[in-house]
Design a binder for this molecule. Sequence first.
Ligand code: SAT
Ligand code: MN
Length: 590
Amino acid sequence: MATAPSSHTPLPQLSAPVAQWVDSVAALTRPDSIHWCDGSTAEMAALRDLLLGRQELQALDPATYPDCYLARSHPSDVARVEHLTFICTPEQEDAGPNNHWMAPAEAHAKMDALFAGCMQGRTLYVVPYCMGPIDSPYSRCGVEITDSAYVVLNMGIMTRMGRAALERIGREGSFVRGLHSVGELDPNRRFIMHFPEELSIKSFGSGYGGNALLGKKCHALRIASYQARTEGWLAEHMLIVGLKNPQGETHYVACAFPSACGKTNLAMLIPPDTMPGWEVFTVGDDIAWLHPGPDGRLWAINPESGYFGVAPGTGPKTNRNAYDMIRKDTLFTNVALTADNQPWWEGIGSGAPAIDWLGRPFDKANGPAAHPNSRFTVSAVHNPSYTTEAENPRGVPISALVFGGRRRELAPLVYQARDWAHGVLMGASVASETTAAATGAVGVVRRDPMAMKPFCGYNFADYWQHWLNVGAKLAHPPGIFHVNWFRQGADGKFLWPGFGDNLRVLAWILDRCAGRAQAQDTPIGFLPSPSDLDTSGLDIDAATLAEILSVKPEAWRQEVADIRSYLGEYGARTPQALLAEVATVEQRLG
Ligand code: SAT
Ligand code: MN
């Protein structure tokens, strides 16, 4: 007899497919015990106490940082590992030149050999989660099986985790299967494998961030981008921010920047004093799921419920909201400590490090005190600029999409695409200097289309075509823009102040969308003249402003040639419409 799910139903009975999968994984991994997570506060407290008891977690000063804890990852396990991340489709072409590929059978065999018996002596946690508001038709559920209590704690903050998610899975039947083990944290036995056609993920050998919190990059971007293509929507590496102007109108903007390029800062920016009457609301800081709505506009939900943000650089001047948000109920990973047991990182603006991220007495000869990719995990509701629109099941309507990268040279402060197809080219051409969010060299410029290079679960050429298709369905598409906050002068100093002052650029963007702002027509798109931007009270000289709002035809001819050759790497699958956009820009540049 079917009964309505209730809080008395034992968790495994809520979904037979999940229970069967858990049984088969347990047979392979042979854990000592199995724990089904219900997501309750008591459960989270018990897991935290377990980690404190094992000294895998350390309580911070309760007077200044109540309910805050520090975790230290293995020193070789501090960032995503793109070279060990694979998309496993039957045809290599479907993964594309943008991904590492392995045949599914080979990948399963390799991973199952690693997983065999790996949970002996450990607890297997079953972590049901929902990406997106629990009652949204746009949300998608998954189950992560993991042997890491640290991962469970993070998933409890970053997703709607527990009973309600499992109830939804029970009703819907389908879910993403994510199998994770920290293994021995051996970099030589570490792989993150995705099987988009099976909606499954296998991750072994890392306990860190995007490698291990499988709801985030693995599910909400790699698997979801693939799912979104077949279902007609977009899963993107974008923050979502609401901006209320002094006239009282609120518009939402979604912005794609690579990891560690300021998405969290922009999502919670504080208007400069010289822009009274503006208000900022954060819907999300990392991922947006975008759906064409029945009204012909694009609607966005944030699949996450918390932030896994970069700590270094977060201070009262750069990001006051984040700084205040992480003073309680926050899990820190790989930050340094002060002598009185407060967390510390470069850019925090006060205090001094006594213990570095590795737990050694701080010595500046050893490098930064906090790891450059050290993180905080915190619930979104603690953000002073949080909005309950983040829980709205239909999402928020998007007025503008913004792409950007970290580029010392060339790319101006802001420019606007002529139309959707030109905007898709703009997104496809994003280039950015690499950051500490992934292992490997830092500061090297590489193409990072739509900031999705590490996260697109299929061939970029097909993805660009999908973007073109989605645009064709929108009667009222958002405007598309490109920004660059990171231009530097010959002396290496940033030319634009950034942070709160970025609102000046967003205000111009929204005025363009409303048909209110002026622009100059240039070969690469529409740029504001210096007088089109609100620069009241801004400390920037006219020459610098002119410099970051200019287009240098010679350098751009070189850039466009480079973009053409990059698109050429995708061969015959590159959409003709995109190449036609390149030809138009080439013509305009002369
Ligand atoms: O490690 S994560 O992938 O979660 C963070 C990031 O790179 O954006
Ligand atoms: Mn990210």
